[in-house]
Design a protein around this ligand. Sequence first.
Ligand code: IVH
Length: 687
Amino acid sequence: MAEEKINKREIPPEIIERVKKLREEIDYHNYRYYVLDSPVISDAEYDALMRELKELEEKYPELITPDSPTQRVGFKPAEGFKEVPHVEPMLSLDDAMNEEEVIEFDKRIKRFLGFPEDQPIEYTVEPKIDGLAVELVYENGVFVVGSTRGDGYVGEDVTNNLKTIKTIPLRLRKFTEDAPDIPPRVDIRGEVFMTKEEFQRLNEERVRKGELPFANPRNAAAGSLRQLDPSITAKRKLDIFCYGVGRVDGYKFKTQWEILQTLPKWGLKINPMVKLVKNIQEAIKYHHEIERIRETLPYEIDGIVIKVNDLSLWEKLGTKARSPRYALAYKFQPTQVTTQLIDVVFQVGRTGAITPVAILKPVQIGGVIVERATLHNEDFIKNLDVRIGDWVLVQRAGDVIPQIVMPIKDRRTGKEKEIVFPTHCPICRTKLVKKPGEAIWRCPNPNCYASLVRKILHFASRNAMNIEGLGEKVARDLVDKGFVQNIADLYYLKLEDFMKLPGFAYKKAKNLYEAIQKSKKTTLARFIYALGIRHVGEAMAYLLAEKFKTLDKLMNASVSDLLSIPGVGYEVAKSIVDFFKNEENRKMIQRMLDAGVTFIEEEKKEEEKPKILEGKTFVFTGALKSMTRDQAKRKVIELGGKVTDSVSRKVDYVVVGESPGSKYQRALQLGIKTINEEEFLKLIGKA
Ligand code: IVH
């Protein structure tokens, strides 16, 4: 007793000092985050500081001052938007990081309400969407004003921007009989977010244009919504999940579950995974379930929100300064951590693009060890002002490659080294080039080792030519040995060549050789994709195959032909035309066709053509009337035969077209069977 009194009266000086320090730090980070839009610590680290301060203030309430960061909900709205007061304040949530804290939350509620400990409380559980909170005001069913959360009391008017979001109804309607009538006024609360896919698309576009990518989908969503020009918001695909109400006139909801059940009946979108649970244990179970599927969701969530279901209890429980007592955010492990940047390597990509890659001191992010992160391009490095030796904030967002969000400049020692972007290709030493308006340096040497390896890997990949057994090691060895200098060479390799590769005995060599032969029979779409034309991904390749039907037609298409296809823009069209104009590329393609690459319809792929020409070798001389010589050659190969250019005793047939050359003479000399076009067609069953 006496001891307690003394403790209360005499707060240890180190505690007073710590509280002061925490407030200074938090104020600084608030300033970095809200004013400069350039935070220097992760959200998790910020939360930890805030929690420590809150805990100390709970223990020593005498230390609370009105200007303590714990006493404030948020921040002032930015200038440029009209202010919108929230009739009911938009509060934030207390966080829990582990089970004990969640159980304590449940116990605290029961203590507060005077419930026995073993009386279960019903909760709603909802994914905590990582976006930004908004309020939508509906008067007589009409969407009149939409605003951001702002400082919780006053937000920014982003009505016009919100109107570009297709899932926000401009008018509420009673979509089911059992729905309550639309109240004369209802304020809807929800979270605006951007999908991971849209985030990636947007960032790729920004990097291509030389703009800075957004650090995460939440920033991208916030940046997109807080645009003074709504046409920019409209171009970014935003979405919303509604999760609550503020002021409601003329109707009284009884439970949070009723709110969640009613909103969709009025046309508002809620998260499909919301659930009603019987007690806190079930809420904890839900947290684990959601955390397990977290990565598979198309949008980011950073935890779950647990809310007491019964709204009459909300009133009894009330709120604290910035958060209610009836709800809790049960967070997941953070996806942002700090680590040190050890080195930067420059990777040469399939299109010769040079990508700087950060080598990091290995660190766990959400259960995965991260050792590398992309630095995108030279401008990105310059803008971030990141240096070797820096402590950096790293984040992993869904299936997005780990990113460096920013260097933590406060932790610099002065020993950090500037990252010097190379002027020459790190592999082949060719001088790098950069097109005007582009942000990416490229190695212009088409035979550059690294880009060649990547081209081979891309060519062989599952959705391209699907050559099983051709992985990175083999691709490198093939290039190292000089066996492949161009992807067409793959089709001219002999079984013996593979046996010279390290680790290859007969069986492995045969398997790879056969896999390559098998890949010759493919679809046009796969082949187009496999060529690795810049801007031509899988879907574009399918589109092109469908529109042009033959490779010849595609190869001779003009920019305007291509532009007439919906979905093909100028950049893509130009890239395709340039690719096929290139003499080297044309030669490479011709060599592959000569080697027997043929295109079949997708569904017929597995169907085997009868190998009626198996073991027969053909030579063609002179022009054919019914088809080109290449078509004839491909036909032979399709039917299991072989085609060669020189007449020798190994040749079975010399096909003689119009105005034959010296091959005809030679065939006669050697006594090789010669046939005319008609006989050839008969042979292949096409007379
Ligand atoms: S309820 C008083 N439910 O999390 C209750 N919030 O830190 C306030 N959020 O500002 C919010 N999903 O931006 C609630 N299902 C959900 C949510 C959710 C995301 C966000 C919201 C809020 C923040 C609380």
